[in-house]
Design a binder for this molecule. Structure first.
Ligand code: RB5
Length: 150
């Protein structure tokens, strides 16, 4: 399942992305907001917890810049959130980082670009090349050691 969420700064882009997904009959779950002012960490947390329930899940978070969403999402263990504004990063973050959350800036990129990035990201598989897998595992090890320190 694809989960999609935004704060007010990313709301218009989220609605545009939803329309594109619907047009292609790609199912999604909207985690808010409804356009009213909300705090991006609240939406990021709700969405990420849902994404983590199944390794096949993916999430898309949109705020004004995408930065707040990416910072908040990456605080949650197991989330690999990537803020992207270009197609090469959207592709490589799947292939190299196995990102499970894509963050986009509603006020920094156009809606069509946002859709292009989401489409590329959704359609790019993580091949699990041992070089990259080892690095992704190292990231998880840092996360685990942080938990142990806490
Ligand atoms: C909200 O005004 C704005 O701060 C938010 O959408 C986002 O850009 C934060 O990183």
């Amino acid at each position: 399942m694809i989960f999609i969420g935004s704060d007010h700064g990313g709301y218009a882009t989220k609605e545009f992305l939803k329309k594109q997904l619907e047009r292609r009959r790609i199912p999604y779950t909207d985690c808010g907001c409804d356009g009213s002012s909300v705090d991006y960490p609240d939406i990021a947390e709700v969405l990420c917890r849902k994404v983590l329930k199944d390794s096949a899940n993916k999430g898309v978070l949109v705020c004004g810049t995408g930065i707040g969403m990416s910072i908040a999402a990456n605080k949650i263990a197991g989330v690999r959130a990537a803020l992207c504004a270009d197609w090469y990063s959207a592709k490589l973050t799947r292939q190299h980082n196995n990102s499970n959350v894509l963050c986009l800036g509603g006020r920094t990129i156009g809606e069509e670009v946002a859709w292009e990035l989401l489409e590329i990201w959704l359609n790019t598989a993580y091949p699990g090349d041992p070089r990259h897998a080892a690095r992704v595992e190292k990231v998880a090890a840092i996360e685990a050691s942080e938990r142990d320190c806490g």
